[in-house]
Design a protein around this ligand. Structure first.
Ligand SMILES: C[S@@+](CC[C@H](N)C(=O)[O-])C[C@H]1O[C@@H](n2cnc3c(N)ncnc32)[C@H](O)[C@@H]1O
Length: 316
């Protein structure tokens, strides 16, 4: 990590304001959006991620027929969630986002080690492994119930489930929760062996889960997509559903990572143009927010060259 707290292309810096102006100029934004998409697909396919094939397979899988079953009709989508994300006009609330999410996740893993000639499988295993190592240190000795908030298409949830089943040498109960029923439909379809106990459509801020019912709650690559107020509310909810001694663990972009701080202008502009809450995330004191809702803050550590893990414990 560097001494600089965050990249200059975020927050209220001159560079950041200039980039924001560029993004707010509609015709430029449209071009950038198309470019971001092209770069992502090209890089992924070049590195063995079958982007278009996966899309086609999901399209033909009959997954769409599950949408109604996966949808909780009582969910009200907050405004911050209904904005365009990741170059999708409807953000996470569409089939295109859901059918491309696993490929985008695999491509994201590969971007962490751009100079190494590794497969997406190795990259994912390193990415998740770095986070699990931190969990290993701070999770309670016995973990029976785990909640993955913002589970998307379930890659983080399944990896977490496998990690704890192995660590505990027994089957544990893992729940994946997301605000997009499209993502959850793909998660359910992908979880062919039914390893995950429940895929729940709800707000992380209001999970509907009983008090004191989980040992671990994770937020993996979720909070950079949220305004800080929503993150605070999710922390509060995590505290409510965790048992005493249980841990809230986050993994996300590391503002102090030299790689992130020194991203080339084309890349950080593309990144900002597809992540509407970027500035809010990079200038947010996550650790203080965790403590303000009653967590005992434990650690912030680089889990890989681009990401940090942050852990808090619910006191007894
Ligand atoms: C980048 S994805 C997470 C990826 C996944 N956890 C992983 O590590 O592969 C972020 C997810 O958070 C979900 N999300 C965003 N805001 C949420 C909220 N308030 N409550 C629940 N899920 C939310 C989005 O729908 C999206 O699927």
């Amino acid at each position: 990590m560097t001494n600089k707290l965050k990249p200059n292309w975020t927050g209220d810096e001159l560079l950041s304001r200039f980039v924001n102006l560029l993004i707010q100029t509609k015709p430029i934004y449209q071009v950038m959006k198309r470019q971001a998409r092209q770069v992502m697909i090209k890089t992924a396919e070049k590195n063995g991620v079958p982007w278009r094939q996966t899309y086609q397979e999901l399209e033909e899988s009959g997954a769409k027929g599950l949408l109604e079953d996966m949808t909780n009709p009582n969910v009200v989508y907050p405004d911050y969630y209904k904005m365009p994300f990741h170059a999708y006009e409807e953000g996470n609330l569409c089939w295109q986002a859901a059918f491309e999410a696993s490929s985008a996740t695999k491509a994201m893993g590969l971007r962490v080690w751009p100079k190494e000639n590794i497969t997406w499988e190795t990259a994912q295993s390193r990415l998740r492994g770095g986070f699990h190592q931190v969990l290993d240190q701070y999770s309670p000795e016995t973990v029976k119930d785990v909640l993955d908030i913002g589970c998307s298409v379930g890659i983080s949830t399944l990896a977490l489930h496998h990690y704890y089943c192995q660590r505990q040498a027994m089957k544990i109960r893992t729940v994946g929760l997301d605000l997009s029923p499209y993502m959850l439909t793909v998660a359910k379809t992908t979880d062919v062996q039914g390893e995950i106990s429940e895929w729940i459509h709800a707000l992380g801020e209001d999970t509907g889960m009983p008090d004191n019912s989980f040992d671990v709650v994770t937020l993996q690559f979720v909070i950079h997509e949220l305004p800080r107020q929503a993150t605070r509310q999710i922390f509060q909810e995590a505290r409510r559903v965790l048992r005493s001694g249980g841990c809230l663990a986050i993994v996300d972009n590391n503002p102090r990572s030299p790689v992130i701080q020194n991203l080339p202008p084309a890349l950080f502009t593309l990144m900002k143009s597809t992540e509407p809450w970027s500035d809010d995330y990079y200038t947010f004191d996550v650790e203080a927010a965790m403590q303000s809702v009653g967590f005992q803050y434990k650690t912030t550590v680089a889990s890989d060259p681009r990401h940090r893990a942050i852990v808090g414990i619910k006191p007894s």
